[in-house]
Design a protein around this ligand. Structure first.
Ligand code: FMN
Length: 186
């Protein structure tokens, strides 16, 4: 049965709560001998081929300059078992802290980029910065995924999605409507 919602005005600064798609990702980077990780929710797929991802990284974050200067990073997709690390990494700066050590995560070598992959994550996307045009106005990086690996099981990982105000949602129930799709590649 369709539901009729009773609604109230929503401050426009809060609309992100229902739009932030997640999954929450961990972005790892390397600049010279220093590695770092940040938590990120504001990302979007932009294109299939080349495989482009856009994301907003505040310039105040230590990761911003590391990614801008090195021109690369890794988008790591954690599952719910790493939720404490997700929060810890997103609430500390790597300016004077080794977050791999602090949060007990393992650096893994990538195929193409020098930034380390996080071994404990479900999937790892090696990225190169493809376009910096929107950095100045919006802190918006356009990344190209140049190599990727993902766990072979389970097929649908229990990813973590941010609801705002410290509340996370864990992906769960799936509904298969594949037969109704005209484009089977979507
Ligand atoms: C759930 C969550 C989502 C976040 N999403 C983003 C984001 O999309 N962009 C961003 O710039 N910072 C985001 N942050 C904040 C950074 O992860 C945080 O500022 C972190 O301390 C940056 O680390 P760094 O200074 O070592 O780069 C998020 C934090 C949390 C907890």
């Amino acid at each position: 049965m369709r539901r009729v919602y009773k609604k109230a005005d929503l401050p426009v600064a809060e609309i992100r709560r229902f739009l932030e798609p997640g999954p929450i990702v961990l972005v790892s980077s390397r600049w010279k001998n220093h590695t770092n990780i940040m938590t990120m929710g504001w990302h979007t797929v932009m294109e299939f081929s080349p495989s482009l991802i856009g994301c907003m990284i505040t310039a105040a974050n230590h990761s911003y300059e590391m990614i801008r200067k090195s021109g690369e990073c890794v988008i790591n997709i954690p599952t719910v078992h790493l939720v404490e690390e997700i929060v810890g990494i997103g609430n500390t700066t790597g300016a004077h802290l080794d977050k791999f050590r602090k949060f007990g995560l393992t650096e893994e070598e990538g195929n193409i980029v020098k930034a380390p992959l996080i071994k404990e994550c479900y999937a790892n996307y090696e990225c190169r910065v493809a376009d910096t045009q929107l950095l100045k106005g919006y802190n918006f990086f356009i990344l190209e995924v140049v190599s990727a690996r993902a766990a072979v099981y389970p097929k649908y990982p229990k990813t973590v999605h941010y609801r705002g105000e410290g509340i996370f949602m864990v992906s769960g129930k799936h509904i298969n409507l594949r037969k109704k799709f005209k484009n089977q590649n979507l």
